[in-house]
Design a protein around this ligand. Structure first.
Ligand code: F1P
Length: 346
C-alpha cells in the first residue's frame, strides 16, 4: 500500500515527473556526490540507496550513520548533495547531521514521512514519503516508501544526467508498478513463513548474509528480528564470513541467505555450503526458478522477478513476516518492543 499510494511518477515526453520531488533539473545537474545520512532502518534504506544511485545514475555515494557523522570531518565540495532519511523527521542525530551539512555548504534533501517535522522544515528540499502514521515502533511501511523514494530519485537523476535512456525509464516504471501486486503475493504466502518461524521460537541467534544490495536487505532483516523478538541477530557481508564470523556457526544455527542478484548466485551458494557444512540450517530468500539454490539450502522462500535494483522491496517482506511471527510466537509486544522509542529526539 505504501508503494501504490505514495508516489505518482509520470512520464511527460521523455521526462519523468515526480510531484513529490522538489528539485529542479539544474539542481540535479549540479550534483557531483551524494552523502546519505540516517539512523536505524532509514540508514538501511540509505545503504540500498548507495547501490541504486551508483548503479542507475552513476553518482558517487557515501552512506553514514547519522550518529557517527559528527565524529567525522566530512569533505563536502561544491556539488555535494546530502540526503537525510527519517520517518519521524525528528531524530536528533539526523537533524544534527543536516545542520552540520548546511554549515559546510552542502545542499540537503530530506526524505521524510512526517509533514512539517524539523528535518522537513530545515532541509533545502523535501521529498515526503506519505506512508501515513506509523503506529508500531519498528518501521515497515515507511522503510518501503523510503526505498521507493530512493529508486525514483535514482531514475530521475540518471535521466537528467543522461545516464538512463527514455526506454529504461519506461521499463523501470513498469517494474515499479508491478511491485504492489508482487508484495501482495508475498503477503499471501504468510502461513508458510509462520510455520517456518514457529520452528525457531527458541533460537539464540540468527545470522543474515548477503552481498551488495542483498547485504543491505540482510541488515534490515536482522534489525527487525532483534528489535521485535529480542533474539540476537547480525547481518554480515557474505564475503566477510571467512574473516571471523564463520567461527560463530554451530550445529543448528539459523543462517538466512539473501540472493536476489543473479551475478552473485555462485559466490553466495559457496557461502551457504560453507555454513551448512559447519552445521547451519540455511534459509534462502531468492528469485523464482533458482534450482541451484534449492539444492544448497534447507528451506527456500521465493520472491517474484523484478529489476535487480528493486529486489529489496520484495525480499524484505518475508524477512519482516519471519520476525513478526517469531515475535508473536514468543509472546512479545510486536508494536511496542521493550526499550525502544518511536522517535529518538535526544
Ligand atoms: C530512526 C529509527 C527507526 C526505528 C526506531 C528508532 O527513526 O532508528 O528506524 O524503527 O523507530 O528510530 P527515523 O529517523 O526514521 O524517524
Amino acid at each position: 500500500k505504501a508503494i501504490t499510494d505514495t508516489f505518482s511518477p509520470r512520464l511527460k515526453g521523455s521526462e519523468i515527473v515526480i510531484d513529490e520531488l522538489n528539485m529542479t533539473d539544474e539542481e540535479i545537474q549540479a550534483i557531483r556526490k551524494i552523502m546519505i545520512v540516517a539512523c536505524g532502518s532509514a540508514y538501511h534504506a540509505g545503504v540500498t540507496g548507495k547501490y541504486v544511485f551508483e548503479g542507475m545514475a552513476r553518482i558517487p555515494v557515501e552512506v553514514d550513520l547519522a550518529s557517527e557523522f559528527r565524529y567525522r570531518d566530512p569533505i563536502m565540495e561544491e556539488g555535494t548533495l546530502v540526503i537525510v532519511i527519517s520517518q519521524s523527521g525528528e531524530t536528533a542525530d539526523s537533524l544534527a547531521a543536516l545542520r552540520e551539512s548546511k554549515e559546510r555548504g552542502a545542499k540537503v534533501l530530506g526524505i521524510v514521512n512526517v509533514v512539517g517535522s524539523s528535518i522537513a522544515r530545515e532541509a533545502d528540499n523535501v521529498m515526503y514519503t506519505w506512508a501515513g502514521p506509523e503506529i508500531a515502533v519498528a518501521t515497515t511501511k515507511a522503510y518501503s516508501s523510503q526505498l521507493i523514494a530512493l529508486y525514483l530519485l535514482a531514475i530521475k537523476f540518471g535521466k537528467v544526467k543522461g545516464v538512463v535512456s527514455k526506454e529504461q525509464v519506461y521499463s523501470y516504471i513498469e517494474d515499479l508498478k508491478r511491485l504492489p501486486e508482487q508484495v501482495e503475493m508475498l503477503l499471501n504466502n504468510k502461513v508458510k513463513i509462520q510455520k517456518f518461524a514457529n520452528r525457531y521460537l527458541a533460537a539464540h541467534e540468527v545470522f543474515f548474509i548477503g552481498r551488495g544490495i542483498d547485504y543491505a536487505i540482510s541488515m534490515e532483516g536482522s534489525l527487525k528480528l532483534k528489535e521485535i523478538s529480542y533474539i540476537h541477530s547480525e547481518a554480515y557481508a557474505a564475503g566477510e564470513l571467512k574473516h571471523g564470523t564463520i567461527s560463530l556457526i554451530e550445529e543448528g544455527t539459523l543462517v538466512a541467505a539473501v540472493l536476489t542478484q543473479k551475478e552473485l548466485y555462485k559466490k553466495m551458494i559457496s557461502n551457504m555450503v560453507e555454513v551448512s557444512t559447519r552445521g547451519a540450517f540455511v534459509l534462502a530468500v531468492t528469485n523464482e526458478g533458482n534450482d541451484e539454490v534449492e539444492r544448497a539450502a534447507d528451506y527456500v522462500i521465493y520472491i517474484p522477478e523484478t529489476n535487480k535494483f528493486f529486489a529489496n522491496s520484495l525480499a524484505i517482506i518475508p524477512l519482516q513476516l519471519f520476525s513478526y511471527y517469531i515475535s508473536v510466537g514468543r509472546g512479545c509486544d510486536v508494536d511496542k518492543p521493550r526499550n525502544l522509542a518511536k522517535s529518538v529526539t535526544v
